[in-house]
Every structure is written in structure tokens, then in C-alpha cells.
Write a protein that binds this ligand. Sequence first.
Ligand code: NAD
Length: 378
Amino acid sequence: MQITVLKEKDANEARVALVPESVKKLVAMNVSVAIESGAGLPASINDADFEAVGATISADRQHLLASTDILLAVNRPGDDALAGLKRGAILVAFLRPLDEPKRMEELISRGLTAFAIELIPRTTRAQSMDGLSSMATIVGYKAVLMAAERMPRMFPMLTTAAGTVPPARVLILGAGVAGLQAIATARRLGAIVEGFDVRAAAGEAVRSLGARFLELDMGGAQTEDAGGYAREVTEEIMERSRDLIANQAALTDCIVTSAQVPGRRAPILVTEKAVSGMKRGAVIVDLAGSTGGNCALTRPGEEVDVNGVKIFAPLNLASTVPLHASQLYSRNLTSFLSILIKEGQLNLDFNDDIIGPACAVHQGQAVEPRLKAALSIS
Ligand code: NAD
């Protein structure tokens, strides 16, 4: 059985789906691993590093694809690559099946089987396969570094011969995986940090990192679903959240936003009025850009300056830390493959509580219920 990794199709994508330490593990599982020449270079991994642990390197993309049983990728491969796969081949990647269901039609028409990393359940058993958490960890870290670099002030309090410099005040909105990592990073840099989330459980996590949790009376509303995700809250709660945030924003040097509700547009938490009340030189890094953004003035993928307040909404921060992002993702994939492969052979048990839910398309048939609904398939 052959597992293949190609160069990512997007020139701005620096991550690679497998790193050498994982190739070594897969080869020990009795499968062959083929890597397109140069696939690891943007993540600082040479072909020779892959070869040393038993991978085959080839520059012949069509030949690689034709002999592939499982194609591993970071993002959904281009149609030209999908066209080179044999029917029934397996693809595992971040496929955005619920955000971009129409783009799954190419996989369906080619008779492929596709597992989406986003569909892997956030359960204890699947923790080691949780690519969303791996990338969110990196994104939360990098968002704070990005803000620190663009602010006209430093993060830590410093006492110098020229006097004292006060610490930066940082506000983190949304205390999921990315938000908590942003809090931890801002604290390590010496900032005074405040956090906000609609889930009460997030308060404990925020405080455990040495930050203050902004409390809001939710009036007994159920703000968390059974899976631990936020539910959409009432407009009345949203209004009060925005007021609380606007008051805090006026005192803040940097806001990092990461609030998301699965399957919905990101909630607007920072209004235009809140931005107009912020200090000149303050920075907002909006991590919810791909679902519309948490700030009313965000332009996904762009940088906006509103009277000296800079708003950034980077869309692929994980790719700016490509070696570690690839390493974590590669470990997630290898852990997932360890339940798909038994003794060097494919073992697709759709009753398995990870394999079943993670499958978006099986042999050209959409099988994930929300994907089927989005594509109007009964
Ligand atoms: P996410 O990216 O879906 O959302 C980020 C955060 O935004 C969440 O904390 C959410 O509560 C918050 N949010 C949503 N609407 C908001 C609003 N209006 N105002 C303020 N905050 C708002 O979340 P995520 O990082 O993917 O994590 C989701 C949940 O899954 C968390 O409870 C996390 O602890 C849990 N989780 C569990 C596991 C596991 O057990 N294996 C792994 C990862 C995450």
C-alpha cells in the first residue's frame, strides 16, 4: 500500500502533510511512503531527510498519483491532482466539507473516499488526531507575536534607568484552543491579560493562565453544547457582550479575537464604535477572518487602519510556523492512519467512532449527513 504526499498546491502554503519522524513510523507499519521531490522544502525539510527514513522521492507527479492508495495533504488538492488518482483512492486533509460543500463535488465525481480532519470528533480517544487543535495552538501563539511586532509599545513592564515602562494590556476574545494559547503567550511576554468567552467553563481555564476573566451574566442561558462548543447566544446577550468589550477595548493595547460558533458566521464582538474608542497604535488581530471576523471592520486576509488602530485578519497563520505546524499535523495524521491500517492493509471499519464520523465521502458517495444536506442529496 502506498501513502503519498505532494507539494501543496497553494504557493503560500509552507506546511507539508508528513515529516520524517512520521514516515519512519509508517514504514514500520509496513506501508510504503512516496514524497514528491521538494514537498518538505518550505517547511525546512530536505528530500534527503525523507529518504533517510525510508521514503521514496519522485518528481513524477502523475506516476506518484497513479500508484497512490492514500493521499495525505494539508489542504484540498487541486483538481489536476485529484484527476490523477485511481477511483477508490483515499484522501485525508483539511477539506472544509461543511464550509465549502460544493468543492467536495470533484471528489465525489472521481469516486474517491475522503476523510476530513475537521470532522474528527473532539473526543478523548481522538485527541492525538485533533488537527484543528494543533493548528489553533500555533495560530494563537503567532497572533500574539504578530500583535507584539506591530504595536508601538513593548509587552513587559520594564524598569530601566530611564524610568519604568508599563506592561501592555491585552484582551483575548474567545477562549477555545487558540484563545487560551494566545493568553498563555501574552502572559509569557509579560502583558496584563483579560479574557472573555460565552462558555462559563472557559473562565476557569482563563484564570488558570493568570489572566482575568471578564464576567457577563448569561441569565441562565445554555451557552455550550454537548460537544463543548459554544452555542449561538441571544441578541440581548450579544449586545451586553459588545458593551462590556467596548468598555474594556478603550483601556486595551491589543485585542486578539478567536470566537467561533461551528457552522455559523463568526459573532461580531468588536463594533465600529468600540474601535473608535481605542487608543491610537492599538492592534486587533482577528483570527475569525475565514468565517467573517469578530470585528465589524475586519477585512479577511487584509490589514485595515482606522484612525491609527490597526486591524489584521490573517487567514493562514499556521503556515507561518511551517516546521512545527507540519510536525504536529503529521503526528495527527499518523495517529489517524494507525486506526485505518492494520498489518499494512486498509481496515475501514465505519462503525468505529472516529472513522465513521470523519468520513465525508465514501467511494464517490457523500456520507456525512450535513454535507449531504448541503448538497441536497437524500
Ligand atoms: P472554536 O474555534 O469553535 O471557538 C473558539 C471559542 O469562541 C470557543 O471557546 C467559544 O466558546 C468562543 N465563542 C463562541 N461564541 C462566542 C461569543 N459570542 N463570545 C465570546 N466567545 C465566543 O473552539 P475550539 O477552540 O475549537 O474549542 C471548542 C471546544 O472544544 C472547547 O470547549 C474546547 O475546550 C473543546 N475541545 C475539546 C477537545 C478534546 O476534548 N479532545 C479538543 C479541543 C477542543
